[in-house]
Structure formats: C-alpha cells, structure tokens
Design a protein around this ligand. Structure first.
Ligand SMILES: NC(=O)c1ccc[n+]([C@@H]2O[C@H](COP(=O)([O-])OP(=O)(O)OC[C@H]3O[C@@H](n4cnc5c(N)ncnc54)[C@H](O)[C@@H]3O)[C@@H](O)[C@H]2O)c1
Length: 423
C-alpha cells in the first residue's frame, strides 16, 4: 500500500490550487490536503469545499504558527517565496516551491544556506524537467545519438496574447512587484540549457528590452481601456480578442487558463466581458504600468565548452519552446509548436516522434506544461518518500537562477559576465 502524505497550500491561486491542489486531490492514495492559506478568503472557501478541509487561513502569521502537515506548497508571488520557505523549513515541512525562488540573489543564498544547515528538502517547480518531451530529449543526448553536443539554440515563443495577458496587464508586468522576465518566464529556459549542457555556466551575455508595449506606441486616436476603444474588434491585443474570441476558440472552458484569472470559473461571455471592462485586464496594452522586456537574447558558454543561445520573444503567433541541439554526429530538434521531436543522425533517415504521443505514453497528456505539472507532483511524492533524484535539489535549481541573475546584469550593463563571481 502507498504511503499517504498530508499537504498544505499557501497561495491558493492558479498554481497553488488550480494546478497542484487539484492534482493532489485526484491522487487521494498519496496525498491528503490538510490546510489552505490565502489572503483571498473566497479562494480558501472555494477550494476548502472542493478538497473537504475546513483548516482555512487568510493570515500567513496564523497559518505559520505551527506545522499543519508533512508537506507545504508555496505558490504565492515571487517576492514572498523565501520569507515563507525559511519559516516552512524551521517548522520541518518538505516544500514544493514555485519558481522563481526569488528575484533577489542574496535571498536565494540565504535560503540555500538555511536549507543545507537544517537538511531541509525544497523542490523548485522547474516543471519542464519533468515533462516527457524534455526528459526524452535528455535521454537521447545521454545515449550519444548526436555525438558530442556542441551548440544549443533555444527559442521561447511567449506569444502575443500571453505577453499581453501576463507581462503587460497581469501579475508579471513590473519588476518592482515581481521579477524580470528572464526569471519570471525564462528561468525554465535557462534551467533547461543548464540541464542539457550538463556543466556549470562560465560566461553569459544578454541583450534585449521593452520595444513595443509602451506609451510611445499608443495610437493617438485609441482609448486607454479596450471597452472604450475604436480598435476593440481589430487590435490583436484587445481584451475582446484575448478573453472573448480566444475563450470561444478554446471551447469556453470554465477552468481554463488564462480566462479563470480574469473571472473565476467563467461560464458566460457576459461574465468575462464585465470582468475585463471593470478590471485590470481591460487596460490598453500601451497604457499599463509594465516595464518587463518583450524580447531578450542570451548567450551562454558552459565550462565543458558547450555553447547555448536563447531568444525570448513576445512577437509570435504560436506559443511554446523550440530547442535545436547540434552535435558532432547529428541534430535533435524539439519543437513544441509543431508537436515534434526530430532526430537527424547525419547520413541516415530522420526519426520523428510526436510530443503529445510521448506525453500520452507516460500517461501525462492533458496535464499542464506538456505533462510537467503532473511530473513534478510525482517527483514531489518521491521526495517525500526519500527517493527523489539529485536533479531535484535546491542547489541545482539555484545554479540556473544564478545564471538568470547574471544574464539580467549583462542585459542592463551591456557587459559579458564571468560566472566565477556570480554564485
Ligand atoms: N511553474 C510554472 O511554470 C509557473 C507558471 C506560472 C506561475 N508560476 C509562479 O507561481 C507563483 C504563483 O503564480 P499564480 O499564477 O498561481 O498566481 P495567482 O495570483 O493566481 O496566485 C497567487 C495566490 O497567492 C495569494 N497570496 C498573495 N499573498 C499572500 C499571502 N501573503 N498569504 C497567502 N496567500 C497570498 C493570492 O491571493 C493568490 O490567490 C508565482 O511565483 C509565479 O511566478 C509558476
């Protein structure tokens, strides 16, 4: 019989409950949800009812007065993570911590020191490391099928509507209150580069900026809110397109992201329209208080000589990642938008795998991040049972965060950064 662990959640939003809480609740033989904490009472009540718990808190001090379960999920916003995680380690929780750990390098180092001192276990939600397509690429690289890895070219297609939703109007728009884009979105990408290169980074250079989503590009005859604007039905970034047209195109889901961020469990066009008309998601994309970049390139040299390039851009119709691995005996192309993993051994016929079939064969299809959301919950269960692989350690996750901090330092200073002094 499998062991059941009790788990609590602080931050009962999109990630905390819509993803992890629901996944735990669906695996009752492994997890029992003990307590929920969120400053929004309606969230704790809604999910408390669903999970059958009345241990509900709206004040983190009260919640952290004592330990309430074996494990804790911390899925609040980026700048709250370390404060909460330090207290969680004191209380002896095993922690599932949302990424990025923190935008502040000193805080990350303090957390690392505290976790190593008390032997605490913290699993950072670099979910793509647990997604079948990405682990299969790692398996192929390890098998030697493309020979020695020389160069990795990665593209992060954020997508025009996703940039508008999360990084212009939404939670991750402004560095003051959240993290720079290289952490908020691309800590996954730099973590993957690190994972595939399989060596610490030696040097990093980055360039990029906010080119489009600012006042300078606001048409003189456009309004400051979509509902009042003559371009409501023609602007690709308009709230009408992002939240009504796309909701219909996606089959009108009640629990679908990002629509459930605009209005909880939307069940009508009118409900979503009212939410954008009255709330932050109806602001013109040229009139928000955003300052995070809309494009960025990063170039990394690893200590084993592997070279890697990442290009992140808002300006794509599709969303997802493309990673091309160039080796001495072949090329491997992982392409999320085309649902394909293509192995081209030089001088031989190419082999193509479908990413969705890879996810289906490991029973992770239909779960977020290409199955990575379910994958990390399984890894977390492994960590609780004491069988998690080294890949999940906080130090491994910290290493790719150090790379993100250095990339941002380079982007802001214009200088290449030697990683020796950045950890
Ligand atoms: N792993 C991934 O791929 C991934 C994807 C998206 C977001 N994230 C990260 O997950 C975290 C949460 O993002 P989200 O999209 O779920 O945001 P969200 O806004 O939907 O959820 C955050 C929740 O925390 C609550 N909260 C805020 N302050 C609190 C406090 N002091 N005590 C208790 N609750 C508090 C909010 O009310 C909200 O319900 C962020 O750090 C984000 O960067 C990770």
């Amino acid at each position: 019989m499998e062991k059941t662990f009790s788990v609590s959640i602080i931050g009962c939003g999109s990630r905390g409950c819509d993803v992890y809480g629901n996944l735990f609740h669906a695996q009752k033989d492994k997890f029992r949800i003990a307590a929920l904490c969120d400053v929004r009472k309606e969230q704790t009540e809604r999910f408390g009812k669903r999970y059958g718990t009345d241990e509900l808190f709206t004040d983190e001090r009260e919640f952290f007065r004592k330990r309430r379960s074996d494990a804790l999920v911390i899925a609040t916003q980026d700048q709250d993570h370390v404060r909460m995680c330090l207290r969680a380690l004191e209380l002896g929780y095993t922690v599932l911590l949302e990424k990025p750990v923190t935008p502040d390098k000193a805080e990350l180092k303090a957390l690392l020191a505290a976790a190593e001192k008390c032997g605490g276990k913290v699993l950072v939600c670099h979910v793509l490391r647990y997604a079948p397509a990405f682990t299969e690429a790692k398996r192929i690289l390890r098998s030697g099928a493309i020979g020695r890895l020389i160069l990795i070219e990665a593209e992060e297609h954020v997508g025009f509507w996703h940039q508008a939703h999360s990084f212009v109007r939404g939670n991750w728009r402004n560095e003051e209150t959240t993290s720079p884009m290289i952490l908020a979105k691309c800590c996954h990408d730099l973590d993957l580069l690190q994972y595939y290169a399989d060596a610490p980074a030696e040097k990093v250079y980055s360039a990029g900026g906010l080119a489009f989503f600012n006042k300078a590009n606001h048409p003189a005859d456009a309004a400051e809110r979509c509902a009042d604007c003559k371009y409501l039905h023609t602007c690709p970034y308009s709230a009408e397109y992002c939240y009504i047209t796309r909701w219909k195109e996606c089959g009108q889901p009640q629990d679908g992201w990002p629509f459930n961020v605009v209005a909880p469990a939307p069940n009508s066009e009118g409900q979503l329209r009212k939410a954008y008309e009255e709330g932050p998601y109806g602001r013109c994309v040229f009139c928000c208080d955003n300052d995070v970049v809309d494009h960025q390139a990063v170039s990394v040299t690893f200590t084993n000589g592997v070279q890697a390039q990442l290009t992140m851009t808002a300006f794509t119709a599709d969303t997802g990642r493309r990673i091309c691995f160039h080796g001495t005996k072949g090329t491997l192309k992982l392409d999320e938008p085309s649902d394909s993993l293509l192995l081209e051994k030089y001088g031989q016929a190419a082999e193509r795998f479908s990413l969705s079939e890879l996810a289906a064969s490991s029973k992770k299809d239909g779960f977020g991040h290409g199955g990575g959301d379910l994958g990390i919950v399984e890894a977390f269960y492994g960590l609780l049972c004491g069988t998690a692989p080294e890949e999940t350690s906080l130090r491994r996750s910290a290493e790719s965060h150090f790379l993100c901090y250095a990339a941002e330092k380079s982007r802001k200073s214009g200088a290449a950064i030697d990683m020796k002094n950045e950890r």
